[in-house]
Design a protein around this ligand. Sequence first.
Ligand code: 13P
Length: 386
Amino acid sequence: MLSKRSSAMRQQLSSAQTPGARVRTLDACFSNARRRLNRMNTQALITTAHAMLAQGKGLLAMDESNATCNQRLAAVGIAPTPEMRRAYRELLLTTPGLGQCISGVILFDETLHQASANGTPFVRLAADAGMLVGIKTDLGAKDMACHPGEKVTEGLDGLRERLQSYFSQGARFAKWRGVMAVDAWRLPSNACIQANAHALARYAALCQEAGLVPIIEPEVLMDGAHTPARCQDVTEAVLRTVFEQLVQQGVLLEAVVLKPNMVIAGSASTTQTTASEVADATLQCLLRVVPAAVPGIAFLSGGQTGEQASSRLNAMHDGRALPWRLTFSFARALQYPALAIWAGKDANRDAAQAALLHRARCNSAALKGSYNAAMELQSAEAMPSQ
Ligand code: 13P
């Protein structure tokens, strides 16, 4: 195919007589080639996005930065060392049966280069389990100048080269998280929303250029006492701005995965909401602003418990028709029970893996609307595999 194309190019070039005509012909040939390559690239991106959103499966976010991973290890009494981070990630990736419920894993840069105790690269372990590899590409949310209490995510400098390297190491999708703090009336500022949305869109364009599907994660934080209505208004404003920026930067909407927060009350709010109220508010918000061209939405858990996240995801799968596939891309709501059970001890490894598989199966059931509280009492082995 390629050789046919280059011989056609050569024929066109040799028939060009003048230098001006030759340059124009060259331009035409190369822009045709670029278009063809782009079409191939586009098709590969769309195929990857659909694989990430495979029926009944979700994503496992295990891409905590070293600092965050250390905090989480230390919180359950595990020494926060590079070896314990590696051992923990090995435990997650080698969970038997995980690939039945998990389509892809999001790794941190350090983890992408690591291997199991027997020397199998983590990228190979994921592939052998049928899971795509994703990579966190942002360099973290940093204090925003002139905007106390707000953050902007950094990492665009040198990103093109890092993405090329990640692709060559086997990554097929990427993640970038922007965070927006909320209060009753002041936060987030328009400046914070605009800056984070712009960075997300530039990251997304670079990802697609490098052959990686961008996960776009604008997170409206749960911290604070705000009401669900405030969360809904802010989430809608943030997502509207994000999609404006994505369109401005020329991002192909058919090859992105949106990773938003659910619409929920702040963690210090006294307002109680049911799972179906969360589902209604979240879907109303998303239907207003997320174009139907987007293939799927994979929620973050944001500090919800495993049970809360599963029951709310389940309530969104009550048979209503939606233009996109919904799934999960949880870190804490999948990992926390497993981490606490493991506690850094080899003897607890199997039980920890069973706890991870249990949460993955609960969420997989939620994608069919068949999750219920009784499942929390079953062991992973007793639950139907998906
Ligand atoms: P949580 O599910 O713990 O919110 O994490 C998701 C994530 O990937 C954060 O960037």
